[in-house]
Design a protein around this ligand. Structure first.
Ligand code: ZN
Length: 254
């Protein structure tokens, strides 16, 4: 893909993030791997509505700006770590879509509760623990790069990555859609987890679609390990629904 096409795609996706209300102020950042091994990235301190093809910056693999008039965003280290861990990844998209960001800010991961979404995203959108910006944030997200294609980050929105800008964007969109449904379902008992018996066939369909770690020849953690008991509670845990029911009935009794 030519650099000019890639520039237009980054600009288009930046504006989509803004028009959907998934960024405010200067939130969010996007980058794409070029065929020469360098990276195109959105400039820092720009509204995503105002990003233009001319405002983009070119960054080398060390993070140094080698093209463009603007500065690169401070989270470029996270993008570079994802690109380094995943040679198949050609784009990273980060935004603060409100529903998914709310889950992360509450310290919750998102178990995938729709069968189709397991094929697209796998059984879990994990929660990256809260960290300070900078090297600590890179270290926090790096362990998730191989197995996952999208994560919630405590206190910092969603990162999604893929083999194109469109794929990374669509993954972020799906995470936000699932988070919104999970939150809509909370007052009526919460979404139900998929039965474990359904997962092997869905994960096989995922592999056959060329998605997920196994399709890349990476041995995936067993499903049980992907949903460790020690993981932060998922938003649709029955426990949470019980707590809400108790709170509601207590409030009604008052
Ligand atoms: Zn952010």
């Amino acid at each position: 893909m030519s650099e000019s096409t890639l520039r237009l795609q980054l600009v288009d996706t930046s504006r989509r993030l803004h028009s959907r209300g998934w960024v405010a102020n200067h939130d969010g950042n996007l980058s794409a791997r070029q065929s020469d091994g360098r990276f195109l990235a959105t400039p820092t301190a720009f509204s995503k509505a105002d990003v233009s093809a001319e405002s983009l910056v070119v960054v080398d693999e060390s993070g140094a700006v080698v093209g463009g008039r603007n500065r690169v965003f401070s989270e470029m280290g996270i993008h570079l770590a994802l690109f380094k861990a995943r040679p198949d990844v050609r784009a990273v998209v980060h935004a603060h879509p409100p529903h998914a960001t709310a889950l992360g800010a509450c310290g919750r991961s998102l178990e995938t509760f729709l069968p189709e979404a397991v094929v697209s995203l796998g059984p879990l959108v994990p929660l990256v623990p809260l960290s300070a910006p900078g090297p600590a944030a890179v270290a926090a997200i790096a362990p998730f790069a191989i197995e996952y294609d999208a994560v919630l980050v405590a206190g910092n929105g969603v990162f999604a990555w893929g083999d194109s800008i469109e794929q990374a964007y669509l993954r972020l969109e799906l995470v936000e859609h699932l988070a919104r449904i999970a939150l809509l379902a909370l007052p009526i008992g919460g979404v139900k987890p998929l039965p474990a018996t359904m997962l092997p066939a869905l994960l096989e369909a995922r592999r056959k679609a060329g998605l997920g770690p196994e399709a890349r020849g990476v041995k995936a953690a067993p499903v049980a390990a992907a949903r460790p008991a020690a993981a932060p509670p998922s938003v649709h845990s029955d426990q949470l629904a019980d707590i809400i029911r108790q709170e509601l009935s207590a409030a009604l009794r008052r």
